[in-house]
Design a protein around this ligand. Structure first.
Ligand code: GLC
Length: 762
């Protein structure tokens, strides 16, 4: 065991404060007032690089020193470093304890393994780590980060596909965040095995390298974390529509038939997928000439009925002479090797494969440029799978390396680097068009390139509920654009589960139905006429909500705040939020509270946090800060609207390529306090929004003054809507007039004849 020992030397170098002990060097830097980085290393000369972080420490570091400690007070966060022994303790600027090292152990090494032991507070809760099973509150549990092809996982399996070593601690009404930026296999113990004495985290190698966040709200911490690691850009609008997938549609004919069926039945949809069978023997960037003889012809036909195609790519390149990617990769030495330089071979779908070294920029370029095989026929969506990386048998030997990086150090970030290559490559090829990129494996920062889905789940109620926790937890680590396989990948859902899960999918950022080979067909028309109508109605609801959802993504792109938010984000100090009964509930944007419920239950236990609430479908009113039992028929998932909310909606369209009736429906739900809502629109397809071609308006609602104010339009985009229909909810019948932009709108006839709608010019 190597302890960090006592501080012997203090030195300021640029913006970095350097403390030296006999065994270690600690480098402290301030990223901004609420973010302090601590890097404790035994290799101070080794460059400290990051895959995740895109900011630099530009703030000067000021400190004061006494005989026992060094204090850094940024004005938003205070770090007191104990000198003997070296300890790191964080406080609010007024001295409240946020998080302290366990005074006995602090940071130490056992061989290469580095661990930080921290104090555990009596009421401390932990949220975060992204895609992890278990409860919302991770107290009392232990996790490992080691990206894994977790097929057939249960609701307890750990690790899964992704690594996000970032958590938020909550205690004594205080909040803090900690991002352990270390890509080696890592461990987090939130008091699982320590008799409630301490928590600890560490990794098999690398430095004790972390960022400490001191913002005093969960939303503030997420904002700071996504400032540090980046935020998503606006996704293509079409990717927010309904997506239909299957492993696999086996031929162009089948694919076209499925797409045509959506149109024939008037079930809205935007996306259809090509899973691995579109390829020739699963060779990436090829087409199966028999089953898909004319990819361009097929995609043109799909385009003509407003469908986009997303196709899968896996990293494994089939070992086969004469196959372009194989020949080029071998000639240029682009593949992973063993320590002695022999190429590493493992089996995946295509049989024996080599694995591109995505840590090499030249390989990234080469990979990115290969997408012309898919973009030329017209594909704009790219699904990155098997990139943990997966190999049959799982455990890639630890002497496999990519360039000079051994897999133990970079396995957790391989998928992200593949996704980065895919995103950058397809962006380049598609010019000004937005590619849609989806990935299974990820590390912190992946939100800059891609959406994620949670891999191979199972068709059961418990998977549906825990899947929602995964989505909500991914939202805490910057991954707003996330989805699950709706219906469950493995196994066959009952019709009830299919209906329920589909209705929940309306409120999942990525709404994709997907199923494994060999399972019963899953498309909406396989469930009988009555159920088809229910599924269709729910998908229509998704399309009606798209103006709200798109504005929600704008919010994610601006602030990092996710679309699907655990209630712990805004109601952090409300204990009920963590109750196992209510822990799956989430806000979908600012306005909607969704309560997932099993398909076998027709009554739901719901907790409504403080405020006033309405049931979305019936308008029934509820006071907040109470638990309620509400009807939950399969035709009506419990969804509630927060009083004071403004929800923009549109008419039903069959795909996002349709314009609709040109009316933007502004639903105003009466409340007590004044509220504001930012409405955002752009062309949904290009990067022109980055040059000011967008349409943005702040809509304010003051329930006391009975005024609605639409701000001046910002940006140069012409809205797709030319009229606004105000739809009022929860206003009393005696209401005579409402002032919209300082003009009185008469409501007497309107509310008298029981209508609650009024149309105004835009
Ligand atoms: C993996 C993916 C799954 C996909 C299958 C075939 O299991 O997780 O979504 O359908 O591979 O490509």
């Amino acid at each position: 065991m190597t302890e960090t020992g006592n501080v012997e030397n203090i030195l300021k170098q640029g913006n970095v404060l350097i403390l030296k002990t006999a065994t270690a060097t600690a480098k402290i830097s301030v990223y901004h007032a609420a973010i302090i980085k601590v890097n404790i290393t035994r290799n101070p000369d080794k460059a400290d690089t990051s895959f995740a972080v895109i900011q630099n420490a530009e703030t000067d570091i000021e400190y004061t020193e006494t005989a026992n400690d060094i204090t850094i007070d940024t004005g938003a966060l205070k770090l007191i470093v104990g000198k003997a022994p070296l300890r790191f303790n964080f406080y609010t600027t007024d001295g409240k304890v946020l998080s302290e090292d366990d005074s006995r152990f602090g940071v130490n090494w056992q061989g290469e393994r580095v661990v930080n032991y921290r104090k555990l507070y009596a009421d401390e809760k932990f949220i975060g780590l992204g895609e992890k099973t278990g409860g919302l509150n991770r107290r009392g549990t232990h996790y490992v980060n080691w990206n894994t092809d977790a097929s057939r996982h249960t609701i307890e399996t750990d690790p899964l596909y992704k690594t996000f070593p970032f958590f938020i601690g909550l205690h004594d009404g205080l909040t803090y965040g900690l991002f352990f930026d270390n890509t080696h296999k890592s461990y987090f113990d939130f008091g699982a095995t320590t008799d409630d004495e301490m928590s600890w985290f560490g990794a098999d190698g690398g430095d004790m390298n972390y960022y400490f966040f001191g913002a005093q709200t969960v939303a503030g911490i997420i904002k700071d974390y996504t400032w540090l690691t980046g935020r998503m850009d606006m996704p293509p609008l079409w990717s927010l529509g309904y997506q239909q997938c299957r492993y696999s549609y086996m031929s162009a004919e089948e694919l076209l038939d499925v797409a045509a069926n959506f149109r024939k039945r008037k079930i809205p949809a935007d996306v259809i997928y090509c899973d691995i069978d579109y390829m020739d023997n699963y060779k990436i960037f090829t087409w199966n000439k028999e089953a898909f003889p004319d990819p361009k012809g097929m995609i043109d036909q799909l385009k003509a009925i407003n469908f986009k195609v997303v196709s899968i790519v896996d990293p494994g390149i089939k070992v086969e002479e004469g196959y372009k990617q194989y020949d080029e990769g071998v000639a240029k030495d682009y593949f992973a090797t063993y320590s002695n330089g022999d190429k590493y071979i493992a089996s995946v779908w295509p049989g024996r494969c080599y694995f591109p070294d995505f840590f090499n920029d030249e390989v990234k370029e080469w990979w990115g440029a290969s997408f012309t095989a898919l973009t030329e026929p017209g594909i704009e969506g790219f699904w990155n799978d098997m990139n943990e990386p997966a190999a049959w048998g799982q455990n890639i030997p630890l002497n496999v390396k990519f360039g000079d990086k051994y897999i133990g150090e970079v396995r957790n970030v391989y998928g992200m680097e593949m996704t980065k290559a895919t995103y950058n490559g397809t962006r380049k090829i598609l010019g000004n068009k937005r590619p849609f990129v989806l990935t299974r494996a990820a590390y912190c920062g992946t939100q800059r390139y891609s959406a994620v889905w949670t891999g191979d789940n199972t068709a059961t109620d418990e998977h549906m509920l825990y899947g929602q926790r995964l989505i909500n937890s991914l939202g805490l680590v910057g991954m707003s654009f996330a989805g699950v396989d709706i219906g469950g990948y493995t196994g066959n859902p009952t019709p009830e589960l299919m209906l329920r899960w589909n209705s929940l999918g309306v409120y999942i950022p990525m709404f994709r139905n997907h199923a494994e080979i060999g399972t019963a067909m899953r498309e909406p028309w396989h469930w009988g006429d009555i159920n088809e109508k229910v599924i269709k109605k729910d998908i229509e609801q998704r399309y009606k909500l798209l103006p709200y959802i798109y504005s929600g993504f704008y919010h994610s792109a601006q602030t990092g705040l996710p679309l699907s938010r655990t209630l712990a984000i805004h109601h952090t100090n409300d204990e009920n939020v963590f109750n196992l009964k209510y822990q799956n509930q989430f806000m979908f944007g600012d306005a909607l509270l969704v309560a997932p419920v099993e398909s076998t239950k027709l009554l739901a236990d719901v907790y409504l946090p403080e405020g006033n609430w309405y049931r979305l479908t019936t308008g029934e009113q509820y006071e907040g800060a109470q638990a309620v039992v509400v009807p939950a028929p399969l035709t009506d998932l419990p969804v509630f609207v927060k009083g004071g909310s403004i929800i923009p909606m549109q008419s039903v369209i069959q795909s996002t390529s349709e314009k609709g009736d040109g009316i933007l429906e502004l639903n105003i739900w009466n409340g007590n306090d004044a509220t504001e809502y930012v409405y955002y629109e752009d062309d949904g397809d290009t990067y022109n929004h980055q040059n000011g071609t967008y349409y943005k308006r702040t809509i304010s609602f003051d329930p006391q003054a009975k005024t609605i104010t639409l701000s001046e339009v910002e940006g140069s985009f012409i809205s797709r809507f030319d009229k606004i229909k105000l739809v009022l909810h929860g206003f009393d019948k005696g209401l005579k007039a409402l002032t919209v932009n300082e003009k009185a709108v008469k409501l007497n006839s309107l509310l008298a004849n029981d209508s609650n709608e009024v149309t105004i010019a835009y």
